[in-house]
Ligand binder design. Sequence first.
Ligand code: NDP
Ligand code: OXD
Length: 304
Amino acid sequence: MNILLYRSDGQTSDWEAAFRAALPDAQVRTWIAGDAACDYAVIWAPPAELVARLQNVKAIFLMGAGVDAILKFGAALPPAPIIRLGDAGMGMQMAEYVTHAVLRYFRRFDDYERQARQGAWQPLPAHDKQDFTVGVLGLGQLGRSVIEALRPFGFPLRGWSRSPKTIAGVDCFDDLDAFLCGTRVLVCLLPLTPETNQLLDHARLSLLARGGVVINVARGAHIDDDALLALIRAGHLAGATLDVFRDEPPAPDHPYWGEPRVTITPHISALTLVPEAVRQIAAKMQALARGETVADMVDRTKGY
Ligand code: NDP
Ligand code: OXD
């Protein structure tokens, strides 16, 4: 078995070591320009030159859960199956991140952080939990993990997905506007597709409850940045916690950096854990080699 690795950040040495340990008989190497022949490519955010050289691979494995950075190549993609990571420790991390952010707003730590910087000692009225509806856009592997983590806290929960869902204790919507009306905390966990690109524009964000907050842990291009900032500055929204951006990192003069009601993290809400990812991918390679089917195949027509 011949495995080719590529990451846009160049950090492949731990992947090489983990694959050599998991599949001792495999030949494992990191891609250098001009190289190509392999059975399996394990990649993240590849350049066009690499994609063009993968026409004969048996399968492409992604080092993450999102598929936008590969599906953007459209007709230039090889016919081989594309297989994303399935959870691999990301569900728990996403649940931790989003739960932290929801509780921070609900218990007013954002207000207390601002007060403390001004030396102010001032207890504030508690928010009413029934006014703190959490709406999760995307009820896939990560959205469901977030819903389950929030469940014990007793927030009203709602969700929105492409196909209808029934989840105990969760109001599942197919009408997006109805979902947004009354949502106080909006969590975005959608894949980035032509349908979801710039989904959260001014009109839709305005439907959120007054004092609402946005937690975006999916992709920056889901949100109209100008609209989000305008609604925060106008006082309709209380703030945002953003882990993902249209350009990463955002430019030094991006207005998000200077907006105190925007909390920025550097795309860390659910990191790829290399040992877990390699265990999962190696097992899938072995299953494919035995002629079996594997989970987490990307559906190119749906775009995720
Ligand atoms: P899944 O593919 O498991 O779930 C996607 C969900 O979004 C599904 O419920 C799907 O609906 C829904 N959906 C897709 N398109 C639409 C649409 N047009 N309208 C309504 N609902 C839609 O993805 P994951 O949960 O694993 O991951 C979600 C995203 O999170 C990834 O695509 C990635 O961009 C991002 N991510 C971010 C990370 C970070 O560190 N910030 C880390 C990992 C992932 P249905 O159920 O009907 O198919
Ligand atoms: C992913 C990501 O999709 O890191 O895995 O965003």
